[in-house]
Design a protein around this ligand. Structure first.
Ligand code: NAD
Ligand code: MG
Length: 282
């Protein structure tokens, strides 16, 4: 994978813009062959404008799905993703709005169903993180923003999506390695990512008899706009992993294809760990 030894220092505010990143993240491998695994399906992906979400959107499109992407305000990134999905010959609806608001979550699901004719795959993936060197500097306002964005939105989107999901449909939640091993400057964020693990496991039991599967992905360090927009230094990003480098979104998204497709038909309540080789439980 094309990864620099060191990333150039760069700084942005959240949410970051993918089009401003150096180097550009890899969205999809040139040799990734679609084989109709998601033919005729409709997916909704939160945070689908950029990073992991964009990569998932483009892989889903190459596998035959139409996609709704929901994002905060990064219009250019969203339009770029929409164009990439167009190049795959699939439809893409882009919806800008604040997922912290339950009403917007409801309307995003409804617009997806109205415009694309249904909903089969929900990817809960939007998040923010605000590193604090001191745990006691996490304000109650920051705590609320982090929880509302990173876990409340997963509840709300899923609740409204369940009015439309049927047998063989799937929910996929993005957690993080921080849920499993903790991260000292991201205590609030790590807590939301742990909540996502519990949410996934519990909901998978609720929906198992209906054959709606609920799984997740727990990425390690991946080169996305979240990184230069939230960390002051990025040059050594990912070097602490056993593989000694950060991952690209293109190395994460195929796991979402697996979890969304029939290939994972006997799997629910589980996480796939894509983190450059760190062994973590569960
Ligand atoms: P990203 O910035 O590309 O994606 C996050 C997206 O969330 C943004 O595009 C933004 O539009 C959306 N978002 C944030 N707040 C929102 C709000 N209030 N309303 C609507 N949309 C909102 O970064 P990414 O790294 O691809 O993040 C995707 C997921 O991956 C997140 O859940 C993140 O926690 C997780 N993750 C990332 C890494 C990493 O190293 N990049 C590691 C572990 C987990
Ligand atoms: Mg973005």
């Amino acid at each position: 994978m094309a990864n620099p030894k060191k990333f150039p220092e760069q700084s942005q505010s959240q949410p970051g813009d993918q089009h401003q990143m150096r180097p550009q993240p890899t969205v999809i491998r040139e040799n990734y062959m679609g084989s109709g695994k998601l033919k005729g399906k409709v997916a909704l992906i939160t945070g689908g404008d950029s990073g992991i979400g964009r990569s998932v959107a483009v892989h889903f499109a190459r596998e035959g799905a139409d996609v709704t992407i929901v994002y905060l305000n990064e219009d250019k990134d969203a339009q770029d993703t929409q164009a990439m999905i167009g190049e795959e010959g699939r439809k893409c609806i882009i919806l800008s709005g604040d997922l912290k608001k339950e009403k917007f979550c409801r309307s995003a699901v409804q617009q997806c169903v109205d415009k694309l004719g249904g909903l089969n795959i929900v990817v809960n993936n939007a998040a923010m993180q605000f590193p604090q060197d001191k745990f006691t500097d996490i304000s109650s306002e920051q705590l609320e923003i982090t929880f509302q964005t990173n876990i409340y939105s997963y509840f709300h989107i899923t609740k409204y999506a369940l009015e439309h999901l049927k047998e063989n449909d799937t929910v996929i939640n993005t957690s993080s390695i921080t849920a499993y091993r903790g991260q000292e400057v991201l205590v609030d964020y790590s807590s939301t990512k742990g909540a996502i693990v519990g949410f996934t496991r519990a909901l998978s039991k609720v929906l198992a008899k209906q054959n709606i599967r609920v799984n997740g992905v727990a990425p390690g360090p991946i080169w996305t706009p979240l990184i230069p927009s939230s960390f002051d230094e990025v040059s050594k990003f990912g070097q602490h992993t056993p593989m000694g480098r950060a991952g690209q979104p293109s190395e994460v998204a195929p796991a979402y294809v697996f979890l969304a497709s029939e290939d994972s038909s006997y799997m629910t309540g589980q996480f796939i760990h894509i983190n450059g080789g760190e062994i973590i439980g569960g």
